[in-house]
Design a protein around this ligand. Sequence first.
Ligand SMILES: C[S@@+](CC[C@H](N)C(=O)[O-])C[C@H]1O[C@@H](n2cnc3c(N)ncnc32)[C@H](O)[C@@H]1O
Length: 319
Amino acid sequence: MLSLLRCPQIGSLLMREKNMLRCAEGHTYPIENNIPLLLTPTKSPKEEETRRKIQKFYETVTFPGYDDIDNPSVLMDKAQKSGFGKWVDEAISPISTVLEVGCGTGQMTNFLGLVSTRNVIGVDQSIPSLTLGQKFKEQFELKNVHFVQGNIFAMPIKPESVDVLICSGVLHHTPDPKGGYMELLKLVKPEGHILIGLYNTYARIPLGIRKCIFRATGNLFRFLDAHMRRKDVDSTKKEIWFADQYRNPHESWHSVDEVLRWFEETDVEFLSCVPGASGNLFTKHPQGSRCGHILTQLGWILTIGREGGLFVLVGKKKR
Ligand SMILES: C[S@@+](CC[C@H](N)C(=O)[O-])C[C@H]1O[C@@H](n2cnc3c(N)ncnc32)[C@H](O)[C@@H]1O
């Protein structure tokens, strides 16, 4: 993994010295519990203030939650049920370098790393979340999986080094989602793939309404959230979900056309969208029209709007 890591301050190579990494300019970064700590601040002080708030929040709310019985077959089962994890796994070649940014507790990172020929790296700023991912990785001896502490706006990864970059449920918690996307795209190889998951402007409306109800009633009627009614999820996981969705210090909402514009402006070809894709996520699907996108997103109010309202666009970086 060392060959993929870079000094987040000057972008140079890092050398291992006992329990730390050092760059040619002398910047040093500790390695604690096998996790390189390469987090450096965002340049803009105002944005750094928001990043810190979010970091603090996810140090307590380690999302998504694991429970004691989680093991590789439980992760596989979850992926089958959710659909998304299974489709991502099917689309990604068994021989590839995959980077998940904002991996949280690393469930997706560890799941994709169950294919031992993939090199999978999970980056997040929350140490308690990364520690849970690392614990799972060590327990099940996933030698090809690595966790690193880092900041999206000062990524400690070599440019154009990854085949697939996944960033789902993360950029909407940053003060500059488009800027974050552009930083991440730099890390993708030409012809590599990028998957961006964001809260949808339309599909998030029901949750916005529920949030107002919960605030006004001091969190009464929590059963209005479909996730809180689920019988197959334990109470700790439900609390983590509730905090992530309803008490988050910062979030923004985005439309399909907005992300398509990011793709156009950065020479990324649209391939597919979840929900909506059929078959392999990395094959070209019809892009549809603006009017069609509005109708589809209105429909999402009744489907993905029942939970978090997250959609994912998949793109391919042009040469
Ligand atoms: C809602 S969780 C998503 C976790 C995972 N991607 C998933 O979908 O289950 C958002 C994650 O983004 C991370 N995050 C937010 N801002 C970040 C930043 N600037 N740099 C690195 N990670 C960040 C948080 O620490 C948190 O773990």
